[in-house]
Write a protein that binds this ligand. Structure first.
Ligand code: ME8
Length: 533
């Protein structure tokens, strides 16, 4: 492993295999993918991890419904996830499944460390359990069914409002209650542990409200990793699942290589999660790590939900596999193409708050930004270059000050402004920076009228200057859009004969104005983003 570069380790949630992946699942994964691609281009040695959470009651129920064993069921589902990630250009370096031997080993190792830590004790759990969320609730936390939720008299999950199960079983407990002060100190000392910032308040007030010890083993069913020192117990699915992040970088493996990997990769820089699982990642996970003396992840980034309108109640509700209101990613791919899909969700659905998605808005964003602005700039500029310079780019100007040059001015400092936004996952803000260059380039065409310059021999230098600048703006914009739209950006570079640049890991260097050789062949090609009717 090349450890000369700084490590950047980013993860997605590992998804339950109770149904096919949908737009919401894909949303977290694309957020992480864009960040992983961006960091690679900026010189990091990236590990991007995603995978599947295959144990627990919810998955066991889904398997039973399909008349399969849980293992058969998860084996049958894994290809659906992998296929979708391929289609969506997800560049993960690893795909973990919690039924793999490496996870089994790491979880059993964790149990031994927990036992040594003194934060584990045996008791019995008597309370409520939400199977769809795989979460415990006390009597005081449950919501009583009412007219609004249509389950009068039932005990409902306070988060997802679905009926709860009453559970009474022998169980091991993790002394989460002992970590209240330590967690509050963590939040004080590392205010960016939870991002965006407003989510931190939510986490802090939850912890300030007091923490209950957490039941971390189950005895009333058996689809999980066995507790190594107590046969009848299997690991609570979240205790298992959270550890995947460390399993994937060598936790618990007793070899020099694994230890070297762990110390290079851990702690992770980012866990990308949805707001529904923020408590697991910002309360339980850091407490688990504190208990076993391991370093804490640097940031947990929690995005909002993609919501859809419930036709009966008219309310916006979370798109979810369990609710059956999920939109299949293929429907959006059919409409926008993969790259349009990625662009829309990453730049228009702000990752902090909930986002109601709509097909009308998708079309509007695609046409305005991609077809009319970016795609149009590429078509017009390459066409003019090929037409006026015999299929090539003009020669590089001797001076970039010979004529008015608004594009070079915008490009100056652009990569730094863009990186400041990308670093904090503000993809919409980063896109605005690039769009400023693209819009300016389209205006530059109107203002400088290359078609008029081409008619005047005396203006040959100015024509070459204008076209060169347009091609250079395209080259730089392609680099900056690459994490969002890898294929079309690489294609734009190829049409400029700059395909070798696509693998660059020096974003700042490669975006310096004036690197385009000049005189190289250019290719007009078909429109990269045909307008949607
Ligand atoms: O919670 N909008 O798995 P899961 C946005 N296995 N994001 C959404 C979404 C929506 N409507 N619906 C789902 C689990 N997501 C656990 C995770 S991690 C150690 C274990 C995304 O299949 C969002 O990131 O229910 C959410 O956190 C994740 O899918 C939950 O996926």
């Amino acid at each position: 492993m090349d450890q000369s570069k700084p490590s950047f380790f980013i993860t997605t949630p590992i998804y339950y295999v109770n149904a096919d992946p949908h737009l919401g699942t894909a949303y977290s994964t694309i957020i992480a993918d864009v960040q992983a691609r961006y960091r690679r281009s900026a010189g990091y040695n990236v590990k991007f991890l995603t995978g599947m959470d295959e144990h627990g009651e919810k998955v066991a129920e889904a398997a039973a419904k399909h008349n399969m064993t849980p293992q058969e069921w998860t084996d049958s589902q894994a290809p659906h996830f992998k296929e979708l990630w391929n289609k969506l250009e997800i560049s993960n370096d690893d795909f973990i499944r919690t039924t793999e031997p490496r996870q089994h080993h790491a979880v059993q190792y964790l149990w031994e460390r927990m036992k040594e830590s003194g934060y584990l004790y045996k008791g019995s759990y008597d309370g409520w359990y939400c199977v769809p969320d795989e979460t415990y609730f006390t009597d005081t936390q449950v919501q009583k069914g009412d007219e609004e939720y249509g389950s009068v008299g039932q005990h409902l999950c306070p988060d997802c409002h679905r009926p709860l199960e009453r559970v009474q079983e022998e169980s091991y407990f993790f002394k989460l209650s002992a970590f209240q002060d330590k967690l509050l100190k963590l939040y004080d000392e590392h205010p960016d542990f939870v991002e965006p910032a407003f989510r931190m308040n939510e986490v802090r007030s939850f912890v300030e409200g007091g923490l209950n010890d957490l039941s971390v083993s189950r005895t009333s069913f058996d689809w999980g990793i066995q507790v190594p020192f107590d046969e009848g117990h299997v690991t609570y699915v979240w205790f298992d699942a959270l550890l995947n992040y460390m399993t994937a970088v060598g936790y618990g493996v007793d070899t020099d290589e694994a230890r070297a990997e762990l110390s290079y990769r851990w702690p992770a820089q980012f866990h990308i999660v949805g707001k529904d699982i923020i408590r697991f990642h910002c309360v339980i996970w850091p407490a688990m790590l504190m208990a076993i003396g391991e370093a804490l992840p640097e940031h947990v980034f929690a995005h909002g939900f993609l919501t859809v309108r419930n036709a009966e109640t008219g309310k916006a509700e979370k798109m979810s596999k369990s609710r059956g209101n999920a939109i299949a990613p293929q429907d959006v791919i059919d409409m926008l193409g993969v790259e349009g899909y990625r662009y829309y969700f990453m730049t228009d659905v702000v990752p902090g708050t909930d986002g109601a998605i709509s097909f009308d808005r998708m079309e509007q964003v695609y046409n305005a930004d991609l077809a009319n602005s970016w795609g149009n700039l590429i078509s017009r500029s390459l066409n003019m270059s090929a037409k006026y310079f015999d299929g090539c780019a003009p020669a590089k100007p001797a001076s970039f000050d010979a004529f008015d040059n608004p594009l070079a001015k915008i490009a100056d400092g652009l990569v730094e402004r863009y990186m400041a936004k990308m670093d904090v996952l503000d993809y919409g803000g980063a896109k605005d920076e690039v769009m400023e260059l693209i819009h300016a380039a389209n205006h530059y065409i109107e203002d400088s009228e290359p078609w008029a310059l081409a008619k005047d021999e005396a203006k040959a230098d100015e024509l070459a200057f204008v076209i060169y600048n347009l091609l250079e703006a395209i080259r730089i914009a392609a680099h900056l859009l690459m994490p969002l739209m890898p294929q079309t950006s690489a294609e734009a570079l190829r049409r400029l004969s700059c395909e070798d640049e696509a693998a660059s890991d020096d974003l700042k260097g490669i975006c310096a104005w004036g690197l385009l050789a000049g005189g190289q062949p250019v290719e007009k090609g078909d429109p990269l983003f045909p307008r949607l009717a």
